[in-house]
Design a protein around this ligand. Sequence first.
Ligand SMILES: Cc1cc2nc3c(=O)[nH]c(=O)nc-3n(C[C@H](O)[C@H](O)[C@H](O)COP(=O)(O)OP(=O)(O)OC[C@H]3O[C@@H](n4cnc5c(N)ncnc54)[C@H](O)[C@@H]3O)c2cc1C
Length: 367
Amino acid sequence: MRVVVIGGGILGAVAAYSLLRAKAEVTLLDRAHDGRATQAGAGIVCPWTTRYEGEALYAMLHGGATAYPDLIAALAEDGETDLGYARVGTLSAPEDPALLDTIEPLVRRRATASPMAGAITRLTAAEAQRLFPAMAPRAALHVEGGARVDGRRLCAALHRAIARRGGTLRQGLAELMMEGDRLRGARLDGAAIEADAVILAAGAWAPDVLAPVGLRLAVEPQRGQILHLRLEGTDTAAWPVLYPMTSHYLLTFEGGRVVVGATRETGSGFDLRVTAAGLAEVLATALSAAPGLAVATHIETRIGFRPMSPDGRPLLGTVPGLPGLVLANGLGPSGLTISPFAGAIAARLALGEAPPLDLAPYDPLRR
Ligand SMILES: Cc1cc2nc3c(=O)[nH]c(=O)nc-3n(C[C@H](O)[C@H](O)[C@H](O)COP(=O)(O)OP(=O)(O)OC[C@H]3O[C@@H](n4cnc5c(N)ncnc54)[C@H](O)[C@@H]3O)c2cc1C
């Protein structure tokens, strides 16, 4: 079975890797656009605290988070262990502690059905600060099983593992290759690549790939500006993710690296600029939630375009009338969480296997 995957972000990379583990012949085509979401993604993996609505979305978030241990074990078998993944826990710590009462019952209910969530604990301000010393004194809800991952390192590890397992990686701009109304594979910068199936995981750029075959995918880029700071001489490797319970968050990695994000700029188009308002918004929220970051060094600001679906649910499935095409997209603000699950489902669909859940809510061509 020959499968072409278009798009080498986290979703396409997981799909390609899953296919190789299932012994398919895989070619991964990636244009590596500036602003690809995976390169900017913060890396929070904690479905239990999400305030997004709907069971269908939660099923994907939960499926992704709980697929991580298997993905990590598989990559370790392939010699890849540098992923930045750690179950550091999460702290929800709003300015108004009354807000905790609104999420705690929901988090507890989800955790009861999900052992990976671990213990759910209310912390005093002093207890929370012991875990995240730079934060403001705020009471918090701690979720033991919350995790973070470095999307760049994970994606690079997947690409190396794909190559090691015999997959072909090629850089360039891909298009679908048709013969009449039948899908025959893909073209990369004009050169033909025959395949039995094509997975299109091209993030916010996917509509351009589908337009020539008369399909409209309702995905839009949403710009995120996200800052990386460094707390010099501070061991931040085990600090939990911090949610001030606005749309912002803070998380840390090894070497004093603190990631603070992010803007959510609907209607941004593919505008790659870092803006004054974006920086001000992100820094103001970060410093109010964690005043101890005032002394941190600014390392870089990243820009990523989240591939947003019209209703927040992924766009995942096959296309009636076009056998062999699988669409995988619309992971929006949560693709680093969902991809280990959604990418594996895309691989199964390409192989003609049944998905592990009903995909009706994720119909990729819905409006
Ligand atoms: C600021 C920010 C913070 C985020 N934080 C989190 C978080 O904390 N937790 C979480 O779970 N998620 C987070 N996300 C979301 C997550 O990063 C995305 O949902 C995910 O990376 C999407 O992956 P993708 O592979 O679908 O798309 P992308 O990573 O954008 O990859 C698409 C790829 O397709 C390629 N491509 C496009 N067209 C073509 C073509 N014609 N030919 C060849 N290649 C093509 C592109 O070059 C690109 O490499 C965040 C995103 C942003 C921007």
